[in-house]
Design a protein around this ligand. Sequence first.
Ligand SMILES: Nc1ncnc2[nH]cnc12
Ligand SMILES: [Zn+2]
Length: 329
Amino acid sequence: MPLPKAELHLHIEGTLEPELAFELAARNGVTLPYADTGALREAYAFDDLQSFLDLYYALMAVLRTEQDFEDLADAYLARAAAQGVRHAEIFFDPQAHLARGVPMDTVVEGLWRALGRSERSHRVSTRLILCFLRDESAESAMETLTAARPHLDRITGVGLDSAEVGHPPAKFRAVYEAAAALGLRRVAHAGEEGPPAYVTEALDVLGVERVDHGLRSMEDPALVARLVRERVPLTLCPLSNVRLRTVDTLADHPLPAMLEAGLMCTLNSDDPAYFGGYAGDTFDAVRAVLGLTDDRLRELARNSFLAAFLDDDEERRARYLAEVDAYVF
Ligand SMILES: Nc1ncnc2[nH]cnc12
Ligand SMILES: [Zn+2]
């Protein structure tokens, strides 16, 4: 039985496995520029974040109907459950779909068809987090939030993703203020490829409660001290960092140093269909390669539930934490 855990950094579009991509392409009459799943997998050799994003956005062409989004989310939840995920906070990128003529309604309601029954079908509780694309304009982000207004009963928070460098968090001050006024929780990618100053800005200007990645915080000792002091959760994604070449190899990943420094780290899979592993695979990999002790793995699992947006269901959080404490490695 795998260690119980929460997944807090997961792009649902990044769970699109090649097999499902071809199935949806056939269903929707979309022609993919790859002969088969093997040829598509061969394209998964990335130089950096942008080279990944180019393929990630291109493959979304197969996602058209509510059924497609439901199937995508259902496939993810089944895989996650098999790897010990008990709670998943799932990002989605509505602007990438709106730009292709797929309405917000189709995306949110399609995802919700899977998420709304996930506790029964997979024993996984869920939250949905709407991400703004930071390489689009601040006005577009605000329009997206407005388009999401009728669906806020399904949406727990907002996030910020896509190409980081050159798109500092402060660009999105107004939309984060509007999101906070609507009662939405706030997270943002920062310090993945961008500098530590973006992490500080995400905290101070956007008011984020968790930092997605935050890897480059390690370059700034004063920032590390602050993150430790304020117990800011970082949603780390080591397999993603290797595939996008922010670290050379998994053995070079700063996770052990980050834990040693007292940072509140969590382990996540980011875009598992592209980066070679889901949540359980990620735990297995860091255990094998970085030699983390059972106590450290338990700490990472506990952190994931402590950092989850479960404030409206503390009983559930306590149950999940008890499952972690009772786990025998
Ligand atoms: N790792 C990542 N960084 C930024 N934007 C993303 N969108 C999907 N995956 C992402
Ligand atoms: Zn991400």
